[in-house]
Design a protein around this ligand. Structure first.
Ligand code: SF4
Length: 328
C-alpha cells in the first residue's frame, strides 16, 4: 500500500512537501539538555512508511516519493559547510538525527547517506558524546547495530549511540487501538534487550494526552505508569533511558484536529504535564519535556497558553538540570 493510501486510510488530509529545495535541510534547531549543546536535525527524505499514528503530521514535511542517497548527502554537506560554524562543530555534544520517520528504515533513509553522515560527524565533531537516531522499533536490526557500533568506535573518543523510539501512550488500548502506534510491549522489550547487548542508550518518546478519549487525570496517570515502567526496564537491562515527553499539540490535517474543531479535544494543561513529570523523582530515568510544536499545530491547538511563561521557564531549567525542586 502506498504512503498516500495509508495516510488517507488513517483519516489524514495533509499534503506532502514536494517543492523542497534540493540539498537543503528539512529543519534543524538547537537544544540545551544536561549533555550540552545539542543539534536536532531533520533531513528531507521520503515520508514515514507507517504514517498511521492518529495525531501525527510529521510526514507532511517530507516527500511522498523516494529521495535518492545523493540528495540526502547534499544536505549533509550543506549542514557541515553552511549551517554549523566551526565553534559549533567543535562544541557539539549531541546530535539527534531524524527524518520525521525512521532513520533506520533503509527504504526511506539510505544506508549510504547514513554512513556518510557518520563519517562527516566523526571528522568534524570531535567533542560529540551522543548520536541519537530516531526510528520505529521494527527497523532496528542486529546487522545495522553492529556496523553502527564499529563506525562510532572509530572516533576518538567514541560516540555513544542512543536509539530514540516512539511509544507515545503506555495504555495498550490507547496506544494501538486509538492512536494506531502499532507497537507491542513484547516488541519494545525485545528491542531494549538488543540495545543492552551493545550498551546503547535508549530514548523513548511519549505524548501526554495523545487522543480525544483521555481526560487530564487519565493523561497524568498514563505518564506516571510509563515512568514506572521505563524505570523497571532501565533496571532490568542496565541501560540509561531518557523519557522525551511531548505534551500533545493539535497537528493540522489529522483526526485529532477534526476532534479539536468539534470541541472533543483540548491539549493538556502545562500544570498537569508538571504533575506527571514529578513521578520521575528518585527514578533511574531522566526526563526531557518537549516544548516545541515544530510549527505544526493548528491555531489555538498548542499546549502553550497565555500565562504559561513561568512554567515554561521552570521546565526549560528542569530539562537542563533534572532538579525536581524547580517543579514544586
Ligand atoms: S509518529 Fe512516527 S511512526 Fe507514527 S506516523 Fe508519525 S512519524 Fe510515523
Amino acid at each position: 500500500m502506498s504512503i498516500e493510501t495509508r495516510t488517507k486510510k488513517a483519516g489524514k488530509t495533509y499534503a506532502f512537501t514536494e517543492d523542497h529545495e534540493k540539498g537543503k535541510l528539512a529543519q534543524f534547531w538547537f537544544q540545551h539538555p544536561p549533555e550540552g549543546l545539542t543539534l536536532f536535525l531533520v533531513l528531507y527524505t521520503q515520508a514515514c512508511r507507517w504514517s498511521k499514528c492518529l495525531g501525527c503530521n510529521l510526514p507532511s514535511k517530507m516527500s511522498e516519493h523516494h529521495v535518492p542517497f545523493s540528495d540526502i548527502m547534499m544536505q549533509i554537506d550543506y549542514l557541515f559547510n553552511n549551517v554549523l560554524d566551526e565553534p559549533e562543530q567543535k562544541n557539539l555534544k549531541k546530535i539527534i538525527l531524524s527524518n520525521n520517520g525512521s532513520v533506520l528504515d533503509e527504504a526511506t533513509f539510505s544506508t549510504t547517506a547514513l554512513m556518510y553522515f557518520i563519517a562527516k560527524m566523526n571528522m568534524h565533531c570531535p567533542a560529540l558524546k551522543v548520536l541519537s537516531i530516531e526510528t520505529r522499533v521494527e527497523y532496528i536490526d542486529l546487522a545495522e547495530l553492529e556496523v553502527l557500533s564499529r563506525a562510532l568506535q572509530e572516533k576518538n573518543p567514541p560516540t555513544q549511540l542512543e536509539i530514540a523510539v516512539g511509544f507515545e501512550a503506555f495504555d495498550e488500548t490507547i496506544r494501538n487501538e486509538h492512536f494506531n502506534k502499532g507497537l507491542t510491549i513484547e516488541e519494545f522489550e525485545a528491542m531494549a534487550a538488543m540495545l543492552a547487548s551493545y550498551r546503547y542508550h535508549l530514548k523513548v518518546y511519549f505524548m501526554m494526552k495523545p487522543v480525544p478519549q483521555m481526560t487530564e487525570e487519565a493523561a497524568i496517570h498514563d505518564i506516571e505508569k510509563a515512568i514506572q515502567y521505563l524505570d523497571k526496564i532501565s533496571e532490568k537491562h542496565g541501560i540509561p533511558i531518557n523519557m522525551h515527553l511531548n505534551p500533545t499539540y493539535v497537528a493540522s490535517g489529522t483526526p485529532l484536529a477534526a476532534a479539536f474543531e468539534k470541541g472533543d479535544y483540548s491539549p493538556p494543561l502545562l500544570q498537569n504535564v508538571i504533575r506527571a513529570v514529578l513521578a520521575g523523582q528518585n527514578k533511574r530515568i531522566s526526563i526531557y519535556v518537549g516544548l516545541n510544536d515544530e510549527g505544526l499545530a493548528v491555531p489555538g491547538g498548542s499546549f502553550l497558553r497565555p500565562g504559561d511563561e513561568t512554567m515554561v521557564q521552570q521546565l526549560e531549567k528542569f530539562n537542563q538540570t533534572q532538579d525536581y525542586r524547580l517543579l514544586t
